[in-house]
Design a protein around this ligand. Structure first.
Ligand code: CUA
Length: 158
């Protein structure tokens, strides 16, 4: 079948338009797609250890807030501080985390907690652990040689 010349041009124009449209979508995603929805505050990554609350990582009971505890986590190559935490079952916990060096992930396996930790940004997430047990914390952003060993444990206890 012979395609008319005009039809060819129309088809090509359609193709180019589609390509342009897809490029714009891609660029938009690339540039704005990664919203720092939970990361509002910033911290000087070189001063993470001196900056509250990251100067004291760990679980703290808080009062007069919508959550019962704050869990401050500092990620660095290739570990979490603290690497092991005990959380009372049923407690509403606000995770407040950052990275000291490169981008790390913080995924709590078997939960919907899956955060990206970037140096200089504070990432927050409120979670309630309703089931007792040990939850593995994994880094799911490639961060270097020790990436595959970067892990932690959340123990949800009575
Ligand atoms: Cu930290 Cu991968």
């Amino acid at each position: 079948m012979k395609v008319h010349k005009l039809e060819k041009i129309i088809l090509m124009t359609g193709g180019v338009t589609l390509l342009l449209f897809l490029s714009v979508l891609f660029l938009q995603n690339f540039t704005f797609g990664h919203h720092h929805a939970a990361a509002i505050e910033t911290v000087d990554p070189k001063k993470t250890d001196e900056t509250a609350p990251f100067n004291k990582p760990g679980l703290k009971k808080v009062s007069e807030k919508e959550w019962d505890y704050e869990l401050v986590i500092v990620a660095s190559v290739f570990q979490y501080s603290p690497s092991e935490v005990e959380i009372p079952v049923g407690a509403k916990v606000k995770i407040i985390a950052t990275s000291k060096d490169v981008i790390h992930g913080l995924e709590v396996v078997e939960t919907n907690i899956n955060l990206m930790l970037e140096p200089g940004l504070v990432t927050e997430k409120i979670a309630t652990f309703r089931k007792k047990g040990e939850y593995l914390v994994l880094c799911n952003e490639y961060c270097g040689n020790g990436h595959h060993y970067m892990s932690g444990i959340l123990k949800v206890v009575d």
